[in-house]
Structures are given as C-alpha cells and as structure tokens.
Design a protein. Structure first.
Length: 463
C-alpha cells in the first residue's frame, strides 16, 4: 500500500539559520572542474551550488540535537553521553554489545578484518564501495547477489533491494559454509538504486543462515527509510510504527553496522552492535587500538548525544514522509522528462542511468563520470558516479571489466534543501537533455588501487 495524498509537499520544519550559497558562472565552473581533474570529489565545497554528492553526514541537525550537545559529558570513560546513546541503541537493536565508532567504515573495518582473510567469502544483496574495499583489503572476496530485475525500464517491483535467495543457497553450497565469513544485508540497498529490502526477504536469509550456521550482518545506515517502505508496501505492517518495524528487522541479525551519518541524523559517527560475546571482545580490542576507548569510539560526548537524539527523531512519521516524498518528487519529475532513472525511486537518492542517457558514449569512456561533470558545469550541482569508475575492475591484460550499471546518484541531504532547490536541479536536467549528443567521453589519467573514484583524475577524449 502506497501513500495517496495529493497535497503539496511541504518541509515539516522551520528554518532558524541559513548558510549562503555561492552563485558562479559556467566558465568559472569549467575552469574549477578542469583543475580538479574532472572529479567532483576534488572540488572545493564553496564552488558547489547544490551538493548531491552524498547524504552521508551532510544533513542539518535539529534544535533538540543542538540542545543535547550543550549538556554533553566529555569524560574519557563512562560518560553520561555514552550511557544515553547506549540505552537508545540497545532498545533499537536488541543487541547487548554496542561499540561506537567515528563513522560506519570504521565499524566495517573492525568487523570485516576479524571475519575476513584469505579464502573467506562475504555474500550480500550488494556491497557498497567502502564495504567491498574493507573486505577485499582483508584478502577476502565480496560477492553481490541482488535479485534479477530490470532496474530502469518501468518494472514497479516493491523490493528491488532484496537478495537473490536461490543464488545465495547455490553460492553457500559452492564455497562451503565454513568459508562463508558472513551474509550482509544492506538496508536500503544503496548500490542498487537505494531500493528497499522486504522483511520477508530478511527472514528468509535468517533461515538460510540458521540452516548453515552463518553470521547475518545488517548494514542498516538507512534502516528508518527502509522501514517506511516496509510499512507502506509489505502486507502485515501497515499498523506498526516505523520504529517497531526497524526493531523487528534488526532482531533477525547477529550484528548491525551503521554509519550514523545517514539515519542517525548526525554529521559524524557510526555504530557496531553484536550479539556474540566473544566476537564483541575481539572487536572491542581492535576498537581500542584504532578508534579510542569503548565508550567514545573516536567521538566527542557532543557527537554521542546528538546521535542518541537523532536515532529517535528519524522515526518521526512526518519526517519520514517528507524524506521519502521529497526524494520521489525529484525522481518522478525526471522520469516524466524522459530521463532514465532506476524505478521506483528509492529513499535517499535518485539514480540516473547514464549509459542510456548518453547512449553514444561507450562504457570504457565512463558515461556516468561524464554526467556528473556536465551537471556541475551546467548548474554547479555535485553528484557521484556509481558505475565503472566506482566498481569497474581490470582483467589480466588491463582491459576494463565494466560494472553492471553506469549510474549517477543524486543523494539528497536530510533537512537541507527546499523544494525550490530541487526544482532548480530539474531545470539543469533540461539543459543536459538538450546538449547530451555533443558530450564527449573521459579517460582516467591517474588512479589509486582502492576506492579510485574518490581521487582518480580524468581528461576529456578528443574525437
């Protein structure tokens, strides 16, 4: 069941403070982009007008969060701020062992370095970039098994973020259960278009894990957004609150990894929670070595208090309705213009199919990276490629093995931009549609061995 309200979407908050945005010319942006090696990650934020690079840590905090920060306890160990966060997290996850970290990838590194190693395999509905990097850095293998649906051509499946259950069973049989480090459910499924995961699918994965004695990890940085979709699309959940749905899903897991910079509604912070005491002890030892003491994990007391409040505010029905509908507003109007997008629209971002939009640009010339450059040049909009720059690999003769999709993610920061900002983005896409046939491809001229999309540099291909 989907919401049917036709009222004008309005932000469920008032603005108490403003931050100026810099208006620049197209010529200025062309110069800055060239200096950045045609990689928007390397731009200065002051040269960006609308920043849709990520929704991670870029949101605006509430008055309640700022107020909580004023009463924070900055004690090194056992601070009141930690105790407040621990109480909230235990109630949400139902897990007894809670480890704070400075952000989600730190929690990933701690857990997956302990579980991974040579000959170990992690299986997921889709690993995101830092997850895959942490797994592969340990020597293990990361395998994606999303369900087999067409993401962009109008199929209106409710839970395109699900894992492919038959393929999961087959992989467990092929690699042997003793070599499977963990099954990871990414909720929502970021790399597959921010698509939600059904409760039914997670329960089925839990049953498979029980059958083979495997660890189930939920990477739930957008657990509240996923709960919204479960409530409105999955039978039997219409009368449950968003928080009740999240609790039910998290209690199916053995471990929970979270970047609180998303649904924690904070600018920095992460979580690792566990059910197993021995695994928790090992993670705690690594946490102390790398992040800090177990009751602050690299965060200030102010950060811990802000996270405690954010993890409660995020389940507010008015906030979640605004959050999901404001993202859909952008995606639905792009779709109506003829811009190919992953459909239906996910929770935190709109994903544009750059391979279809720029059909004349071959994948080895990175159409997704071309689109992020065009969006910046034409409108000062920063976005991110989720395609062969981010996930492509090279074979033994250094030929590109492209990613499955060539996408561009327009990630919407929480409580930051108004509808008029989003209307501006739509206007810029009118320019993109008009000039797309004249756009040229890019080639990489500098790249690191891991997570190359962050720092790689490009140049235009002259034809």
């Amino acid at each position: 069941m989907k919401p049917t309200s036709t009222r004008v979407l309005t932000e469920p908050f008032r603005i108490k403070m403003v931050e100026p945005l810099k208006l620049t010319t197209e010529e200025y942006r062309q110069e800055k982009l060239q200096q950045a090696g045609y990689n928007p990650f390397l731009l200065s934020s002051q040269d960006v007008f609308i920043d849709l690079l990520t929704d991670s840590g870029t949101g605006a905090m509430s008055d309640r969060q700022w107020a909580a920060m004023m009463t924070a306890d900055e004690s090194y160990a056992g601070a009141r701020s930690w105790q407040r966060l621990e109480e909230v997290v235990k109630k949400l996850t139902g897990m007894p062992y809670v480890l704070p970290t400075h952000q989600g990838r730190a929690a990933e590194r701690i857990l997956y370095s302990l579980l991974g190693g040579k000959n170990k395999v992690f299986i997921s509905n889709t690993h995101f970039d830092t997850t895959r990097a942490n797994i592969e850095f340990s020597g293990a293998t990361a395998i994606d098994v999303p369900i087999d649906v067409n993401q962009t051509e109008g199929t209106d499946a409710d839970f395109k973020g699900n894992i492919n259950l038959p393929v999961l069973q087959q992989l467990i049989h092929t690699h042997k259960p003793e070599n499977i480090a963990a099954i990871i459910m990414t909720v929502t499924n970021n790399s597959s278009g921010g698509q939600p995961v059904s409760m039914e699918n997670v329960k089925a994965v839990r049953a498979i894990c029980d059958q083979h004695h495997l660890l189930l990890v939920i990477d739930g940085c957008r657990i509240a957004e996923n709960s919204y979709f479960v409530k409105h699309r999955e039978a039997g959940f219409q009368d449950k609150t968003y928080e009740e749905i999240a609790k039910e899903m998290l209690r199916l897991a053995d471990a929970f990894v979270m970047s609180a910079k998303k649904d924690g509604l904070v600018n920095i912070g992460g979580l690792l929670t566990l059910k197993d005491e021995e695994l928790s002890r090992q993670c705690t030892n690594l946490l102390i070595i790398s992040e800090g003491f177990t009751t602050y994990g690299g965060l200030s007391g102010r950060d811990l208090d802000a996270m405690a409040v954010g993890l409660q505010e995020v389940f507010d029905p008015d906030y979640l309705h605004y959050r999901i509908r404001s993202t859909a507003y952008l995606g639905e109007r792009l779709h109506a213009k003829g811009v190919p997008v992953i459909w239906p629209i996910g929770g935190h971002a709109v994903y544009v199919d750059a391979k279809k939009l720029y059909a004349h640009i071959p994948v080895e010339e990175y159409p997704g990276q071309v689109l992020v450059c065009d969006l910046y040049t034409k409108g000062g909009i920063r976005s991110v490629e989720v395609g062969s720059v981010m996930f492509g690999k090279y074979d033994e003769i250094k030929k590109l093995v492209p990613a499955k999709n060539e996408l561009v993610r327009l990630a919407i920061p929480r409580r930051v931009y108004t509808q008029s900002h989003i209307d501006y983005v739509l206007e810029v896409f009118d320019d993109i549609l008009t000039m797309r046939q004249q756009t040229r491809g890019l080639k990489i001229i500098k790249e690191p061995p891991f997570l190359r999309h962050f720092t790689a540099q490009f140049e235009k291909i002259n034809k």
